[in-house]
Design a protein around this ligand. Sequence first.
Ligand code: NA7
Length: 545
Amino acid sequence: MSELADTRTGKVGGATELDALVIGAGFAGLYQLLCLRDRLGLSVKALEAGSGVGGTWYWNRYPGARCDSESHVYWYTFSPELMREWEWSERYPGQAEILRYLNFVADRFDLKRDIQFNSRVTSAHYDAAANRWRVSTEQGETFIVKFLVTAVGCLSTANVPKIPGLQDFKGDWYHTGHWPHEGVDFTDKRVGMIGTGSTGIQAAPVIAAQAKHLTVFQRTANYSVPARNVPLTADFKQYVKQNAEEIRTATHQTYNGMFFKVDDRKAVETSLEERETIYEAAWQRGGLQFRAVFQDMLVSKQANDTAADFIKRKIRSIVKDPKTAAILSDIDHPYAAKRPPIDTDYFETYNRPNVSLVDVKTSPIQRISESGICTTEAEYPVDIIVFATGFDAMTGPLLRMDIRGRDGVALKDVWEAGPRNYLGLQVAGFPNLFTVTGPGSPSVLCNMPVAIEQHADWITDCIAHMRAKGLARIEARPEAVEKWVAEVNEVANRTLLPQAKHSWYLGANIPGKPRVFMPYAGGMIRYREICQEVAARSYEGFALS
Ligand code: NA7
């Protein structure tokens, strides 16, 4: 530390010097902080924009918010003791319970003392001469750090569409990703909800149960499979406690970090009758496993059509009004090519007398008036508007910070035509900056905590290696980035995933965003191997100095 250092606060010339800084205190930030502080003994802090831990689960408090991964795989697995200490109550954990869990973890490992809340990072600039990152917050603080790790989440930049007139709306409006902590009372209210992704599909039944009337504005019809959420039995809770290590191992050996494997059989080689039986069983069992019943579902259009057809028939059999059923089942993309939602009574909700559906594909929303939502065909008076309109996914949370690498080059310029990095972990020209579950990594195609633990462990091992070897700088090589970007595209193109033209996987939900398939679709198990091989070959593809 220089002479200007205040030895009590660690501040130098008004800035705080640290070995490392983690941005975010959600699932990723908490674990990364723990790894760097307790395993490596670094001086490290996490900066968090919210006033508490939880990330996604801190912000997304909308009615019906629940995880689509099953609870026994949606948690940290780095500590078998922790796995035995915590007990989930339902098959899929709800938002409030996940938030309790993350607070439990933060308290158990005494993490909050090193988290600075209400601190939103606005910029991070790399100083090559000093080999340090200079990080500034909206609150006017500055940090000077050797290693910078972003743990900002993939779905944390809310997308509120720019619909003319919103500022004149006399009622209340909310985006689901910024839900008021005190909740919203829908009693006797006419509610308009825009969006039918996973969020809208979770929220609609809960809002409808309370509101006077719910009008759902659907642009792209969506598949959904019943979640079949239930309270966990004492036997199952016991099973989880007794098999913590096995659960961890199993989730490390699957394509998507789940507990179930994709079946070996092919839909195209299965008779119509047998296929029907298999789909029906998967529908009754519920959940994301539906997409795992045939190995060719995500690679063969012919195979996918069989699943798509099954779900569309289900929608038409559940929804009583034929016109509404037709709008809901008029789906234009392969099943699971967009993130596949799971639900609790979503399609059944349209049989309620207080729920109606507006097809805004044929009659788009034109503007918002003082008292409602106007499409090209009609005005729908509402008291409350719920924007279930998703996020500027994956790149949004990174690009809203002013991140500049060598020579002041801005990340937003390097990524002008789409994200470019190595393993989703590092960008060439941005030394010592690591991006947890960045674009180009399995991230959103994987059960998140599994992807997060793998990244945080890899980053921790990498920094430990550098310290052991007396190395100060790690940076992705441009040729490694080139190869990785090609690999990410190639594995995506082997699947049907890029065929969903309106998908946030492609950035297509944000006007002007480059259309690039962002997550790595080669599977978590393969990705883990690649990262291990890279590390074993002395961090091949990275320049260390
Ligand atoms: P999604 O999946 O991006 O869904 C957003 C929905 O909002 C989707 O139906 C969009 O239609 C719709 N949308 C967005 N903008 C508009 C406008 N301007 N007009 C009408 N409709 C619009 O976000 P979610 O929050 O549901 O889910 C995000 C992820 O969180 C989810 O996948 C899980 O991983 C957890 P579109 O399809 O673009 O036509």
